[in-house]
Design a protein around this ligand. Structure first.
Ligand code: NAD
Length: 478
């Protein structure tokens, strides 16, 4: 008997959770269930994280969490509970299988069978955002080597365990050479350890287009957080409905299972929603817990129901469906099919269900780190780059001198174009005059000069070389 935590969430959440639990318990799942309340009501009661301390205690004690979707209220201050849960519990891998069920669910892609493995803890979802000037907001994109190594190794281990032939990586490293560049670099390194699995890399924009058009060309796809979030909704939708896919969020200690879709508030309380996404999450949970035979029974009953043409509104099509049903009737049909195997769709057999365990991350020897200068970001409401450059050149110390100014990344001084539009947010690069290195104390001298000259500096970013390799972006056009 495994004890799990569940939360029924908001919108369609309670209906799809009731249906899911009814099905898996009828199939013989050995579960003791502890329910917590999360989401909209908790947020609106004044808890900006959407979850209470005691609920955290329950989740951490039981380690396995089956979660229905929740509504994050619009407005400032409410943090996404989904993102918080994934990060607090170290659920680094988000596994989202999406396969078509042709000809029983209408899709343009009858042979699609892909698994998206989405990095779950970092990227733009670090949630570190600031308004820096009247006109400019900033969101920090953080990509770490441990984060990349864990998710990419997980993707290859997943492919190995489930006999998948290829792992594809999507990044935008032609533009984000440091962040996405690291993800791609680690992909290259780790793929060498798996010579039996084909590996390939696509730039995310054309990769996304290819996946939406020819998904059968892909098998396992590993991606940074934001691309994975977007692409897994696309992948689920093109199998027939976003309501069909489930997701597993896996960490070293804990795991959370859910549907990939949201709380669909417009469909709530009408017995309309498709419970299949959360049910897929629950099936993944049962295999994770080692209750493989129950998982198999549920999945085969669900496949049978789908091929019988008993469909909720989102997948109902006159040409392929036989009966349009609500959430409860769909659950009843799956329960009636427990013990059956599908006649046309491929029945599942789950064997090895042990969770994938990765080696502990080993910190690499420290690189030689040299300070080469500093980018000082300045709030200045003018438009003329030469004007701000002449003010900023006055700040030059003996050790640091102004070498470049960019605006939204594009070089505007020296030799900028009159056509380039400038905001009130200027990145002013000061480089070491002596050789290529400088010291932090020279940056302090520079900032003192800026302060004394009424320059509104809003942040600085140090320019480092790691093991002799300059590790910062050039200005566009530099
Ligand atoms: P959504 O996924 O809730 O709904 C998008 C559309 O998909 C809906 O209009 C609905 O027609 C359809 N749909 C989704 N699930 C369905 C199902 N099971 N059966 C039938 N149709 C289904 O996305 P949204 O409208 O952008 O977001 C609504 C709320 O959900 C927001 O508050 C958002 O923050 C939240 N959300 C929560 C999660 C989560 O808890 N994991 C994930 C995404 C969005």
């Amino acid at each position: 008997m495994d004890t799990i935590t569940i939360a029924k969430g908001d919108g369609i959440g309670p209906e799809i959770m009731d249906a899911t639990l009814e099905i898996i318990m009828a199939a013989g799942a050995q579960l003791k269930i502890e329910e917590i309340e999360i989401g909209e009501k908790v947020y609106l009661d004044g808890n900006t994280s959407g979850i209470s301390e005691t609920s955290w205690d329950t989740i951490r004690k039981n380690k396995i969490f089956l979660k229905a979707p929740i509504t994050t209220p619009q407005g400032k201050g409410y943090k996404s509970l989904n993102v918080t849960t994934r990060k607090f519990l170290g659920l680094y891998a988000n596994v989202r299988p999406c396969s078509s069920l042709h000809p029983f669910i209408k899709t343009k892609h009858p042979d699609m069978d892909i698994v998206i493995i989405r990095e779950n803890e970092e990227d733009l979802y670090a949630g570190i955002e600031h308004q820096q000037t009247d006109e400019v907001m900033q969101c920090l994109k953080l990509i770490s080597r441990p984060g990349c190594e864990k998710i990419i190794r997980y993707a290859f281990e997943y492919a190995k365990k489930y006999n998948r032939k290829k792992v594809t990586c999507f990044t935008k490293d032609n533009i984000m050479k440091q962040t996405d560049g690291l993800f791609h670099q680690v992909f290259k390194e780790i793929s060498e350890e798996y010579p039996d699995i084909v590996n390939e890399h696509w730039i995310v924009d054309i990769g996304a287009a290819k996946m939406a058009d020819t998904p059968e060309a892909f098998d396992v796809i590993v991606m940074p957080n934001l691309y994975g979030d977007i692409m897994s909704d696309v992948a689920a939708q093109i199998t027939g409905s976003v309501g069909l896919a489930g997701s597993a969020n896996i960490g070293e200690e804990c795991a959370m299972f859910e549907a990939i879709h949201g709380s669909a508030p417009r469909r709530a309380g009408q017995n309309l929603a498709n419970p299949s996404g959360l049910l897929q999450g629950a099936i993944m949970m049962l295999t994770h817990l080692g209750q493989t035979k129950v998982a198999e029974k549920v999945k085969n009953a669900w496949l049978t129901t789908i091929e019988e043409g008993v469909h909720t509104y989102d997948i109902y099509k006159d040409s392929v469906s036989k009966e349009k049903v609500g959430t409860k009737e769909f659950a009843k049909a799956v329960i009636d099919n427990l013990g059956k195997t599908p006649k046309n769709l491929k029945a599942v057999i789950y064997e090895d269900s042990s969770p994938i365990r990765l080696p502990r991350y080993e910190r690499k020897p420290l690189a030689k780190k040299e300070l080469m200068g500093v980018d000082m970001f300045v709030h200045w409401p003018g438009f003329d780059a030469d004007e701000i450059a002449s003010k900023l050149q006055e700040l030059n110390t003996g050790e640091l001198e102004l070498t470049m100014i960019t605006n939204r990344g594009i070089k505007v001084w020296p030799n900028g174009f009159d056509e380039t539009f400038c905001t009130d947010h200027w990145r002013c690069r000061y480089s070491a005059t002596q050789g290529s290195n400088t010291e932090k104390e020279h940056i302090i001298d520079l900032l003192k000069n800026a302060f004394e000259n009424d320059i509104d500096f809003i942040k600085t970013e140090h320019l480092y070389a790691f093991d002799g390799k300059p590790s910062f972006s050039l200005g566009q056009g530099q």
